[in-house]
Design a protein around this ligand. Structure first.
Ligand code: FNR
Length: 363
């Protein structure tokens, strides 16, 4: 279903009370196949479910009789101040969900002052997104098997003003997406979507046989290689153990995203929020630790911050917004989650993100 307008029908925005209402509308707007692809996990969806369910096992310990009229949700990340701890995770092929794809997402991120991570396999290139929007962008890298291409991607990202490169490390081979991959092939058989970042390299951005964005030979040395070949800070996305957190420090990474790719890679992982404490303990404040996977409510954001996350990221929820209403829908999802977080902070008796410590949760 391809639309040029933001929504096919008049929508009463007040009827969209939470991100799940937005998800329902997205099914109507972008069609069942696109939503199935977006929501898919691997095999029996154990990791996917664990991400969401693990948050429900954690309870909040609220404090009382605190003046909570003024609440600040600001954080600092790499010396920069942000109004919110909520970041948009990298999601490839966003034109599957709305014709304006990443441009709509980036405009929403800029409007609402959230940081956006742009996927290597975005439909619009990082330079186009930077040119057409005011969004603050980080670049997510899938290192291609051909390092010359990787260098080109890094250069594009730096030229577009990116200060941070997010290297995805949970993707040495493609996960067993029994539903999603055939669905993607079906959708792509009728719609030709470009991979903008590769357009200057290959005709139509289509990679030739033998070149891939999946590199099973990548090891820890990649961190040093990236440091030699670009001036961006390097964040590792996909760490789920304290052992790898220690190696991230040893090899000179600048930050971590605790992530299992939203349950789209290895089956039978713990939920990411269950992995967070051991990573945070190991890192012990030496670098920012972010998290994604399964965050659907303000209370989930609160719990992740309490367990030591510097910031939290969402994938599917903002794509539901994109699919439902384009830019407006992404803005709505950000508003919903931030309104929930602010209210949750007031109800728990905190007035700043820095006050949300592990004393505020019981797991
Ligand atoms: C992803 N994710 C992802 N990650 C990445 O590093 N590069 C990418 O291109 C993509 N593409 C992508 C597409 C789709 C459709 C989904 C759902 C996810 C993973 C993403 O960045 C993030 O880790 C998860 O989406 C977080 O989980 P939630 O918030 O979706 O539960």
């Amino acid at each position: 279903c391809i639309r040029e307008n933001e929504a096919s029908t008049e929508v009463d925005l007040t009827s969209l009370r939470n991100v799940f209402d937005v998800e329902k509308l997205s099914k109507k707007e972008m069609g069942e196949d696109a939503l199935l692809y977006l929501n898919d996990g691997v095999e029996d969806r154990l990791t996917l479910k664990a991400n969401v369910e693990a948050y429900k096992k954690i309870q909040i310990r609220a404090r009382r009789l605190i003046d909570v009229r003024n609440v600040s949700t600001g954080i600092e990340l790499f010396g920069e101040s942000w109004d919110s701890p909520l970041i948009l995770s990298p999601v490839g092929y966003q034109q599957l969900f709305h014709p304006h794809g990443e441009i709509a997402t980036a405009k929403a991120a800029a409007q609402k002052k959230h940081l956006m991570m742009v996927s290597s396999v975005a439909n619009h290139s990082i330079s186009t997104i930077a040119d057409k929007t005011q969004a603050k962008l980080w670049f997510q890298l899938y290192p291609t098997t051909d390092r010359k291409i990787t260098k080109h991607l890094l250069q594009q990202a730096e030229n577009s003003g990116c200060k941070v490169c997010v290297l995805t490390i949970d993707h040495p081979v493609l996960g067993n997406r029994e539903v999603g991959i055939p669905l993607l092939r079906k959708i792509m058989s009728t719609r030709k979507l470009k991979m903008g970042n590769f357009e200057g390299i290959f005709p139509d951005g289509i990679m030739p046989e033998g070149t891939s964005v999946i590199d099973p030979s990548m090891t820890w040395d990649m961190v040093g290689w990236l440091k030699e070949n670009c001036g961006m800070k390097i964040i590792l996305k996909g760490i789920v153990t304290k052992e790898d957190a220690a190696l991230a420090v040893e090899y000179g990474a600048d930050g971590i995203v605790v992530s299992n790719h939203g349950g789209r890679q290895l089956e039978s992982n713990l939920g990411t929020i269950e992995c967070l404490p051991e990573v945070v303990d190991e890192i012990d404040g030496r670098m920012p630790v972010m998290i994604d996977g399964g965050i659907r409510r303000g209370t989930d954001i609160f719990k992740a911050l309490a367990l030591g996350a510097t910031a939290v990221c969402i994938g599917r929820p903002f794509c539901w917004g994109l699919g439902a209403l384009g830019q407006q829908g992404v803005e709505l999802v950000l508003d919903i989650l931030m309104t929930e977080l602010k209210r949750d902070m007031q109800l728990a008796g905190v007035t700043s993100i820095q006050q949300i410590t592990k004393d505020y949760v019981r797991s």
